[in-house]
Every structure is written in structure tokens, then in C-alpha cells.
Design a protein around this ligand. Structure first.
Ligand SMILES: Cc1cc2nc3c(=O)[nH]c(=O)nc-3n(C[C@H](O)[C@H](O)[C@H](O)COP(=O)(O)OP(=O)(O)OC[C@H]3O[C@@H](n4cnc5c(N)ncnc54)[C@H](O)[C@@H]3O)c2cc1C
Length: 476
């Protein structure tokens, strides 16, 4: 039997580029098919509307990116991205109160999404083994219920359609993927889908940070308290690679959002603490407000089909997309790319390999799925269509336990370390049920509750705030 030679990746976003890079290690040729023109700089594009809002790349995803593309983290940091140590470099009001700034165990990279995508794309394409077909739209998969043998694409300039043949096809079309439709068109039964929709929306403006603050001031996060049983409002001020602050206000269904510039600051004042409003009140806005309805937590279950066509894979948001407030989408896609690499190394590319790889990829989305979905079902007005027993049963007991962990984690350093490993997708969620963790919950030293944001005098001076002005109404 001859080894597969050509792989096609549908979609040239974050997941598509990492998947193409992995495929190129195992196949002779790889083609990425993308509807947009991919910019040769840090510029916005239509197919990536999320690029106008804050993005963090958790350490788990950053480390995988750096393994696939050695030196990539340093390259991003050298070009201005910020490395935020959790929780030393973050001042955060969680649902349970202000988080103590414990020494960092994990980190996140903060920079604009167009910058991150561009830098990673440049490195991936520099290998010269990946061709990009731009302004080409995927119409259908080609093949039958047993095997996918290619895709039909339409050139968006000429309008001409053609079939591209491939040994492996990876759907990385993001939330806009039409995979369910494509599969039924091949004669397969409908792919099962779960949806948990808290009605998340984002509104974002970019501000010029005060001098020195872009590098010397922590990232700021003010979260909602789901226990209040009212629509949640959130706000973050995150430093970017170009010395700006990106400020995103977000909400769950029913809390509305500012759509006009003049409403942005007043809305920030309605958060549980005025810190975000105080910071942007002092900074110069550089952009108008950009608003997006983000979409639900949504997960497909290819592994549940009796037979999955050989030669086909799905990953990234096309497989599972999450409420972005948890910052898991890109790391989850990176984990999927790593799982694909491991599986292709182990089994090669022939004889059932893509079926096994799909099972491995589907397994890595389970933790981010359950973390996001189980939190979101707690918000009022959340809509769901799921048969996941972890979401439909035992809600009260689960909520009580996760509230206990959240309460301890903001004040107890060793507990916080384990929780941060889990939320950064570095450790499995099952860690929180281990006997070691349960004993830590009892033994770890619990520090006093913080009633104000834990900012140092030097940090306050940088943004010209005095300690009294950071004392808010709802600090704990
Ligand atoms: C507002 C917002 C904030 C977010 N914040 C974070 C965060 O902080 N951290 C984090 O990790 N994740 C975050 N996410 C999630 C993150 O953006 C996604 O997980 C990530 O972009 C997924 O990558 P992807 O390649 O699967 O999809 P995408 O990035 O959406 O890429 C899909 C690509 O496919 C192309 N495409 C689609 N359909 C076709 C077609 N028919 N033909 C040809 N091309 C097509 C599109 O043009 C696009 O280039 C956020 C998401 C949103 C919406």
C-alpha cells in the first residue's frame, strides 16, 4: 500500500495552520484552502471577526505552539506580546472575591489576535511545504460513507468550481463549518451535537495605556458572580503588543452591552467593581466600540458515529467551540494538533489511522467543554440542548463543590496552583477530584479575604490612581 501524499486543510485560521504544520511532517504535500486573503501583517480579516476582541493564549497552548514551532514564544515576546504570570501579573475579581497574587505557576500570552495569527502563520508557511489556496470557498466533501477523497472548492474570483483530491482532509473551518451538512450529503447519519448557550456577547475598545503602564501594570479582570442569579457582566483590561490596552466588556444573555462609544464607560461602571472604569476613564480611546455575539458552547461527537469516513478529521472550533471568557479555544486546538501529531507518529497515515486520530482529538476537547458548559448552565437565561449527564443531573451538588474550590483557590496558594493547572488545560480536570487535592483543600493555609484590588503603590502611581479610588462596592 502506498503512503498518503496530499493533505488538505479546510480553513487557514489558528487551528488550520497548526494542523497543516503537523500534516506537513507526515505527508508529502499540504494545501490550506481559505476563503479570505491572509494578510502579510497584523491586520483584521473578515473570516476572523473575533480578532477585534481580547485573546489570551494559555500556557498549555503556548507550550504546544512552541514545541511545534521552536522559539515561537520568545519570538512573540520579543515582538511585544506580554507574558502574564498567573496570578502575579493579574488583578482579578473572581465570582468569589479578589484573588491573592500568588507566585506564578502558569502564564498566558497577551497580544492582539491578528498579530498572533500572523506571526504563527509566517512561521508555519516559512517551511515552504504548505501551499495556501486563498479566496477559495469549500462547497462539499468528495467521497462516500467509507472514505473522503477530496473537496469541491469554488474560486471566489472566477466563480469556477473544481475538485481537489486528497488522502487526508481536515475540517478547520471554525464555528462556520458545515460539516454536519457535508456528512449527511455523503450519506452518513446526522452527527450528534450538544449546545449550551449563555448568550455571550463582547464589546471592545482599544485605549492608549498611560506611559509605563503597558509593561508595568498588571492585567485586570472583573468577573460576574453567577450565584446572584442575574445576567452576568464582565470586564477586562489586557495589555497588548503595541503598548495599548484592549478593554473588553462582556455579558451573558439579558445584560445588554454598550454599542455606542459614549455608553462604554458608563457600562464599565456597572461591573461589580469600578476598577476597569477607573482605568479607562484615565486612558485615551483609540478605536470605536466593536460588538460581537459570540455564539454558544457547541460540540460535535464524530466518535459516536458507527462509522467515520477514513481520510477525514475535524478539529478546532469546527469540532468544539467554547464560551471565550475561559480562553480555551486556541489551547484546545493546539492540544488537538499535538494529539494528531502523536497519533500519526504512532500509526502512520494508513489503515484506520485517521479514525484513531479523530478519537484522540475528540478526547482532548472534553475538559474545556465540561469546564465551560458546566459554568455557563449556572447563568440565568442559559439555553441548552444536550444529553451530557454531567450537565443535566446533580447540578446543585456539583455547583456547591465548585464554589468551595473557587472560594479556597483565591486565598490558598497550593490549592490555587492546582486549579490554575486545570484551568490553563495543563492538568486534567480529574485532578480536582484526586485525594491529593482534596487533602490540600483541608490543609492549605487560607489567607484573609481581600476587600480591595491587590495593587501595589507603584502600580497605582503608574496609572495615577490613589488607593481610596480603587475601593469599590462589591469587592468580595
Ligand atoms: C470574541 C472571542 C474571543 C475569544 N477569546 C479567546 C481567548 O482569549 N483565548 C482562546 O484561546 N480562544 C479565544 N476565542 C476562541 C478562538 O478565537 C477560537 O477557538 C479559534 O479562533 C479557533 O480557531 P479555528 O481555526 O478553529 O477557527 P477560526 O479561527 O474561526 O478559523 C476558521 C477559518 O476558516 C475559514 N473558513 C470558514 N469557512 C470556510 C469555507 N467554507 N471555505 C473556506 N474557508 C472557510 C475562515 O475564514 C477562517 O479563516 C475567542 C473567540 C471569540 C469569538
Amino acid at each position: 500500500m502506498t503512503e498518503p501524499k496530499h493533505g488538505i486543510v479546510l480553513g487557514g485560521g489558528w487551528a488550520g495552520m497548526l494542523a497543516a504544520h503537523v500534516l506537513a511532517r507526515h505527508l508529502e504535500r499540504v494545501t490550506v484552502v481559505e476563503r479570505d486573503v491572509l494578510p502579510d501583517g497584523p491586520r483584521h480579516r473578515k473570516g476572523s471577526p473575533q480578532g477585534r476582541h481580547v485573546h489570551v493564549l494559555w500556557s498549555s497552548g503556548a507550550r504546544i505552539m512552541d514545541t511545534l514551532l521552536p522559539g515561537m514564544i520568545d519570538q512573540l515576546l520579543d515582538a511585544g506580546a506580554r507574558r502574564i504570570g498567573f496570578h502575579q501579573d493579574l488583578v482579578t475579581l473572581t465570582s468569589h472575591g479578589w484573588q491573592h497574587r500568588f507566585p506564578p505557576r502558569q502564564f498566558a500570552l497577551m497580544c492582539t489576535r491578528p498579530f498572533l495569527d500572523w506571526k504563527v502563520r509566517e512561521r508555519v508557511l516559512a517551511t515552504g511545504r504548505i501551499a495556501v489556496r486563498q479566496r477559495a470557498e469549500i462547497l462539499d466533501l468528495v467521497g462516500d460513507t467509507e472514505r473522503v477523497t477530496g473537496v469541491r472548492v469554488r474560486d471566489m474570483d472566477s466563480g469556477v468550481s473544481e475538485t481537489l483530491e486528497a488522502d487526508v482532509v481536515i475540517d478547520a473551518c471554525g464555528r462556520g463549518s458545515r460539516l454536519r451538512h457535508w456528512l449527511t450529503a455523503l450519506g452518513l447519519p446526522p452527527l450528534e451535537e450538544d449546545v449550551v448557550d449563555a448568550g455571550i456577547a463582547y464589546a471592545t475598545r482599544v485605549y492608549q495605556a498611560p506611559p509605563g503602564a503597558a509593561a508595568g501594570f498588571p492585567a485586570v479582570n472583573v468577573a460576574a458572580d453567577h450565584r446572584l442569579r442575574e445576567p452576568g457582566r464582565f470586564g477586562v483590561v489586557y495589555p497588548q503588543e503595541d503598548g495599548t490596552w484592549m478593554v473588553t466588556l462582556s455579558c451573558t444573555r439579558g445584560a445588554g452591552l454598550p454599542t455606542h462609544d459614549e455608553d462604554f464607560l458608563p457600562y464599565a461602571r456597572t461591573l461589580r467593581h469600578p476598577l476597569v472604569a477607573d482605568l479607562i476613564g484615565l486612558a485615551e480611546p483609540l478605536t470605536s466600540v466593536a460588538v460581537s455575539r459570540v455564539g454558544a458552547n457547541r460540540r460535535l461527537y464524530p466518535e459516536r458515529l458507527d462509522s467515520w469516513p477514513e481520510g477525514l478529521l475535524v478539529l478546532g472550533d469546527a469540532l468544539a467551540a467554547f464560551n471565550p471568557i475561559y480562553g480555551h479555544g486556541m489551547s484546545s486546538a493546539a492540544r488537538a494538533a499535538a494529539a494528531l501529531d502523536t497519533e500519526l507518529q504512532r500509526s502512520g497515515t494508513g489503515g484506520g489511522a485517521t479514525r484513531r486520530a479523530q478519537r484522540a482529538i475528540s478526547a482532548v476537547v472534553d475538559d474545556p467543554w465540561i469546564m465551560a458548559a458546566s459554568k455557563d448552565v449556572e447563568y440565568v437565561n442559559c439555553r441548552m440542548n444536550t444529553t451530557d449527564p454531567r450537565l443535566t443531573g446533580g447540578v446543585v451538588a456539583r455547583q456547591r463543590f465548585s464554589d468551595l474550590i473557587a472560594d479556597r483557590s483565591i486565598r490558598a496558594s497550593a490549592v490555587c496552583d492546582v486549579v490554575t493547572d486545570v484551568i490553563s488545560l495543563t492538568a486534567p480536570q480529574s485532578e480536582l477530584a484526586s485525594s491529593g487535592f482534596l487533602s490540600l483543600m483541608q490543609k492549605d493555609r487560607v489567607l484573609p479575604e481581600l476587600t480591595e484590588p491587590p495593587l501595589t503603590p507603584d502600580e497605582l502611581a503608574l496609572v495615577k490612581l490613589n488607593p481610596r479610588s480603587t475601593v469599590g462596592a462589591g469587592g468580595s
